[in-house]
Ligand binder design. Sequence first.
Ligand SMILES: [Zn+2]
Length: 163
Amino acid sequence: MPASRSVTRAVSDVLELAPRRGEVTLHRLLTAVSESRGRAIELTTADLPPGVCGQWRQYADRDVFLIQQGLPTWERTLAHELGHLVLGHEGMPVAQAAMDTAEFASDDLIGYMLNQRTGCMGPSGEDAEQEAEDFAALLIYRLGRMPSDRASIVQVRLGEAFG
Ligand SMILES: [Zn+2]
């Protein structure tokens, strides 16, 4: 299924922010998006509940992407979470999420985190999940097609991305 126009535009907008010189990696795109929003984006690995690839946590002053520890397809998950962010899929207020799942119910988290979005693309994903998947697929495809001196996502090393 071709990506919707809003997804295609979001991918173009993100690539538009890419630095004009040097390699364009997902990590650099993340930095560029963060700068354009004037809000920090942190990237970290975490032990998420089984079956969960990634989570986006929205705090008052920053966003945090958590990627499942050891996930082989972490670039894809990172691109997916970035898709949620740029497409404005805000997720669920944490107080409500905590009522649904015991994992993240600590008072701390509820106190200072505004929203979270947790998940992996399931067989019957909601529209927002499908859009984030389309965004991730298109972003990775277009990154892979950038001129070779500015490529490529596969050149990102884990240590660099999670530094
Ligand atoms: Zn998602």
